[in-house]
Design a protein. Structure first.
Length: 208
């Protein structure tokens, strides 16, 4: 797939924001310096409407993005992601954004594809779409002032297939009567993120 992307600095411009605000669903993702939300800073946020160009925001250690935040907090726009527990925590910690109306492909897959333990984006694209994606740039330096074309293409790939994956996963969830169960899990994610940011990152439902 020839993926088109556009790079923005620190926030979306008003014209792009207005366009995205008219959408009913947007795929979202982030790239950070690591996996520790409070110490490994937010570097990129990616988003796209279905079958459209990807918009990538590069944060230059400035975390004031009102246009992007307004999209995240708009409850009329569905935000589709992969392991949103992490992305939502990053967006809340750095941008003070409380993301509303979400769909997590990884959670959906874990609920309806119990015959496998492979629920990563690469696995879902291969199993459900027959698409092979590369994860070679995953550990690259996302904090660099100038990102390579390979990095930007990788970042765009993280969101470009999410709408199609949602469609495939919804078909399975509906067939197996698990759609409501998945939705209840999506609804709990905001609370799970708040627990993580409060330092309660263990399983609160465990016996011990």
């Amino acid at each position: 797939m020839n993926i088109k992307f556009r790079l923005h600095l620190n926030d979306l411009d008003n014209q792009t924001s207005s366009k995205l605000m008219k959408s009913t669903s947007i795929a979202v993702d982030s790239e950070t310096m690591g996996l520790k939300v409070k110490t490994d800073r937010l570097c990129l946020a990616q988003m796209c409407m279905e079958k459209d160009e990807v918009h990538i925001i590069q944060f230059n250690k400035k975390f004031n993005a009102p246009n992007f935040v307004s999209i995240l907090e708009n409850s009329k726009i569905l935000k589709i992601g992969q392991f949103l527990r992490f992305d939502l925590a990053v967006f809340k910690h750095y941008l003070n954004a409380s993301t509303k109306n979400i769909y997590d492909c990884k959670i959906a897959s874990k609920i309806c594809r119990t015959s496998t333990s492979n629920h990563g984006l690469k696995d879902l694209c291969k199993d459900l779409l027959g698409v092979a994606i590369s994860k070679e740039q995953q550990q690259s330096d996302w904090g660099a002032n100038k990102l390579s074309d390979e990095q930007l293409k990788y970042a765009a790939t993280d969101v470009i297939y999410l709408h199609e994956l949602k469609t495939k996963l919804d078909e399975i969830l509906k067939r197996e009567n698990k759609l409501e169960l998945a939705q209840n899990c999506f609804n709990f994610l905001e609370s799970r993120v708040n627990l993580d940011l409060a330092g309660i990152d263990f399983d609160i439902f465990a016996h011990s």
